[in-house]
Design a protein around this ligand. Structure first.
Ligand code: GTP
Ligand code: MG
Length: 239
């Protein structure tokens, strides 16, 4: 199984520092969709800046993180690259949806079945009580294979509009060109995730505070509003 524990260790190690409390905001963004649509490649492209040499079906979840700067503030984007295959995800599903800040739905523009699966992925979010306040975006991947496209932009846009999501079409492999050398005008992967981060930043999201509110070495995430006297609950990252 992918190492969910290492993420917790990472969080925990932050507490052992004697430095003043970090104020880094962390955004948890889950990336979901059918197996093979390119979730691993997209998250890798954003965090490592390139297309991976080789991928295998994700088992459970893989974490990728990137620190970005928006308006002078450093923000940690934590991408949860989930497994598309049912057998590799079933024991993990409840972890995916805990304390999620945004959801990225991915389909493969060359695979109509992956587009037809989207309502099922949306339903899974609903079943895990994901509120409407959690931003969602729709990403059509593999635009470098435009000649093999099975899902038109029009149809995808209609679906996105129906579900109040912005649509991005992109390629994790080749953001600017098609295999035949022509341009594909797709959105750049980096720009897509930055757009999500901008949206989250403007929503007063969770902040990492230290020490946490009475949980020993627990790292606790609190809403910015809480410190402003708001009524948000205290969501613990680890207990
Ligand atoms: N041409 C092209 N191939 C891509 C692109 N993105 C991913 N692929 C290929 O699609 C296959 C599946 O990619 P993954 O990123 O492993 O797919 P996944 O959604 O993570 O699959 P699961 O982990 O099983 O859920 C791999 O062979 C990738 O090389 C893309 O933008 N263009
Ligand atoms: Mg994967």
């Amino acid at each position: 199984m992918a190492d969910i524990e290492s993420s917790f260790e990472f969080s925990s190690s932050l507490t052992s520092s004697s430095l003043p409390p970090p104020r880094t905001r962390i955004f948890k963004i889950i990336v979901i969709g059918d197996s093979g649509v390119g979730k691993t490649c997209l998250t890798y492209r954003f965090c490592a800046g390139k297309f991976p040499d080789k991928t295998e079906a994700t088992i459970g979840v893989d974490f990728r993180e990137k620190v970005i700067e928006i308006d002078g503030e450093k923000i940690k984007v934590q991408l949860w690259d989930t497994a598309g295959q049912e057998r590799f995800r079933k024991s993990m599903v409840q972890h995916y949806y805990r304390n999620v800040h945004a959801v990225v739905f991915v389909y493969d523009v060359t695979n109509a079945a992956s587009f037809r699966s989207l309502p099922a992925w949306i339903e899974e979010c609903r079943q895990h009580a994901l509120g409407q306040e959690v931003p969602r975006i729709l990403v059509g991947n593999k635009c470098d294979l435009r000649h093999a496209a099975q899902v038109s932009t029009d149809v995808a846009q209609q679906f996105a509009d129906t579900h109040s999501m912005p649509l991005f079409e992109t390629s994790a492999k080749n953001p600017y060109g098609n295999e035949d050398g022509t341009q594909n005008n797709s959105d750049h992967v980096e720009a897509i995730f930055m757009t999500v981060a901008h949206k989250l930043k403007s929503q007063k999201p969770l902040v990492l505070s230290q020490p946490p509110c009475g949980y020993g070495d627990t790292v606790t995430l609190r809403r910015q509003d809480q410190e402003d006297g708001g009524n948000w609950g205290c969501g613990c990252w680890r207990s």
